[in-house]
Design a protein around this ligand. Sequence first.
Ligand code: TXA
Ligand code: MG
Length: 304
Amino acid sequence: MAQVLQPDGQGIATAAALLAAGELVAFPTETVYGLGADARNDTAVAKVFEAKGRPSFNPLIVHVADRAEIDAIAELPTEADALLAQGWPSGLTLVAKLRSDAGISPLVTAGLATVALRVPGSGIARDLLRAFGGPVAAPSANPSGRVSPTLAEHVTRGLGDRIAAVLDGGLTPAGLESTILIFPGPTLLREGAYPAPDTWPRQTQSETPPAPGQLLSHYAPNAAVRLNAVEKRPGEWHIGFGEVAGDVSLSRTGDLVEAAARLFVLLHEADANGITALAVAPIPDIGLGRAINDRLRRAAAPRG
Ligand code: TXA
Ligand code: MG
């Protein structure tokens, strides 16, 4: 069973040593928990795909501590500079051209000529990345196709017997995966924690490359999911929002930031409580609501 590490000096040092030894360590970011492996170590990266049951053609996000490390791995176009002028925005992942001398395992990028990169905003993630001193490939720390973890318990419940350790940083504040933007363009590949302006072009469903976050059935709890439910039907557990009270609520005040932070917590709670039918209140399709509705549509989609 995975060791649960506290995010203090000793826990960070243990986690960094496990990564250096090619082991898998889950850690909190400001979005969700990631399942980390040394991005330069083929065997370690292969273990990530095996632990998650993830199709190997789906590439991973590389996490680094700062911008200088980004430039050693990818060629960020100058159009990214304006976006990064104030530092790395919280909850944002950029996809750009991979440098030929980046030293990243080809398993990370699934052989693509591009690489997804992120500087996490969370202090614990940055401490770990600095202590480890190299790039960490990390998908969300859940079995493939299931709901992403926002608590260390979610990680141990889903993957506890397949990973070395989890750093316990409590609830991840944003609660949704990062927004993914690809250069040149830029084009939005995934709605997420960083609220993307309406003016940014969105990738349409049919385009490539294939990405698990873009698969129709994803983020799925065990229960069947019914959307836009103003009223509850017999046997359902009703998740409310704003004026729709529900059995529980994403946010009684209709606050989308609070709703994003609570969404995966409630979906995991439904699984833990053996719920078989879920109904979810309508969520306005604006700002973070777009990312929430994206996850809900995939949670409700017919299972493959
Ligand atoms: O918030 C997050 O993004 C979390 C934390 C741990 O960083 N990570 C996460 O990873 O959600 P994952 O693997 O669950 O989702 C990453 C998405 C996938 O849809 C993957 O296909 C896409 O990023 N991706 C990775 N590299 C790509 C690339 N070179 N081109 C296009 N999509 C890429
Ligand atoms: Mg994921």
